[in-house]
Design a binder for this molecule. Structure first.
Ligand SMILES: Cc1ncc(COP(=O)(O)O)c(C=O)c1O
Length: 392
């Protein structure tokens, strides 16, 4: 087995070396060996990819659709994305100039931060949030300014954004918004977004808006920030959550052409283009699979209601679960606020796997995230086991 000589350890990149590995995966790996564990850990839909989408993928393979596509994605898929964004959000993006198809939302996030941020820039990151935002900002030499939103019901208010901007002034280049949010499930109303959009416009901030859960909003309509402040928004979305296509690794971003030109360079340096067959499948998902997420959403909503009501009865306080497929639950005071310790005990003693809230940044401490993108019988089993654990 090759081993890097100690004397050569300095070849590693200091910024990468200073970061811990992705905590969600690391915790999931740590507990996965526990026999009989029922896992509500990962944000991975348990549904299969819809059949008509699979057929489109098969056809693409049969048709020898096996070459590099245009770097920004096939024009047919970009046109379908443009039509989808127009239909669902009332926003207009030119498929030729203002859309890039990426390798998941993940690549859209990293390509955006690397193309737009400079060392020393500050980026406001309301927390708790999907943890990729911390390294994808800090690896560029920019600094994530975390804003703990726990006291505001896990939402960034316009006043709070103003307060943070007053502290840092012109050093702040961008703000990240992810809603419905991973891990809290919270989302913003149109009125809340309108107030935020005003601050974003007044201070000429770039808004990096992650809408990957936009098809999974339960009790209210979804409003895109891009419909309020299109000239300053990078809209990120993908197919992992809407069409259960996590393994196809397909996402996209839409933004003003000047921004897209820069992000497009990073995208081609990193991946050249997204996978052809996945793009054919995504085209089918957008053209003939508009109702696929509706069916998923109905199942998720039933699971959410069952799990939330059972957990409230057990004494957990739960963030209002407006969307996505997570519950973010406050650990009852008598168990202390060490969420890693609580999640480890839950895994070991009750055989229920959840993610400790502090993996998602400040404000997540003392909480656990449960993913209800899991089979019904696993949710029922988890409820029974949690109830026993909390009683004893
Ligand atoms: C908020 C958020 N953004 C982006 C992603 C990345 O998704 P993907 O790269 O599978 O499109 C995830 C995955 O869990 C997420 O929760």
């Amino acid at each position: 087995m090759p081993t890097l000589p100690n004397s050569m350890w300095s070849i590693v990149n200091d910024r990468v070396n200073s970061l811990p590995p992705a905590q969600i995966r690391a915790f999931d790996d740590e507990i996965s060996a526990i026999p009989g564990l029922v896992k509500l850990t990962l944000g991975e839909p348990d549904f299969n990819v819809p059949d008509h989408v699979k057929r489109a993928a098969e056809k693409s393979i049969e048709d020898n659709d096996s070459h590099y596509s245009a770097s920004r994605g096939t024009i047919e898929l970009r046109q379908a994305i443009s039509a989808y964004l127009q239909r669902t959000r009332g926003v207009s993006y030119d498929p030729e100039k203002e859309i890039i198809v990426t390798v998941g939302g993940t690549e859209a996030i990293t390509a955006t931060t690397f193309a737009l941020l400079n060392p020393g820039d500050k980026v406001i990151v309301p927390t708790p949030i999907f943890s990729l935002y911390f390294p994808s900002v800090s690896l560029t030499g920019a600094e994530p300014v975390t804003v703990n939103t726990a006291a505001q019901g896990f939402l960034l208010t316009a006043d709070r954004l103003e307060e943070e901007l007053a502290k840092y002034g012109d050093q702040v280049k961008a703000v990240v918004l992810n809603y419905p949010n991973n891990p809290t499930g919270r989302t913003y109303s149109r009125a809340e977004l309108t107030a935020l959009a005003k601050v974003i416009k007044d201070h000429q901030l770039l808004a990096i808006v992650d809408e990957i859960y936009s098809e999974l909003v339960y009790d209210q309509p979804f409003t895109s920030l891009a419909s309020l402040v299109p000239d300053q928004t990078v809209l990120i979305n993908g197919f992992s959550k809407s069409h259960a296509m996590t393994g196809y690794r397909l996402g996209y971003l839409a933004a003003p052409a000047e921004v897209v030109d820069q992000v497009s360079k990073m995208h081609s340096f990193m991946v050249t283009c997204a996978n052809d067959t996945a793009q054919a499948a995504a085209l089918e998902a957008l053209t003939n699979g508009q109702d696929d997420p509706v069916e998923f959403r109905q199942h998720y909503q039933q699971r959410r209601d069952r799990l939330a009501s059972a957990m409230r009865k057990m004494g957990f306080e739960i963030a209002v679960p407006d969307g996505a497929f997570y519950l973010f639950a406050k650990i009852p005071a008598k168990y202390g606020d060490d969420d890693f310790k609580f999640a480890r005990e839950l895994a070991r003693k009750a055989k229920v796997g959840v993610i400790p809230g502090s993996a998602f940044g400040p404000g997540g401490e003392g909480h656990i995230r449960l993913s209800y993108a899991a089979a019904d019988q696993n949710i029922d089993l988890a409820i029974d086991r949690l109830a026993d654990f909390m009683k004893n």
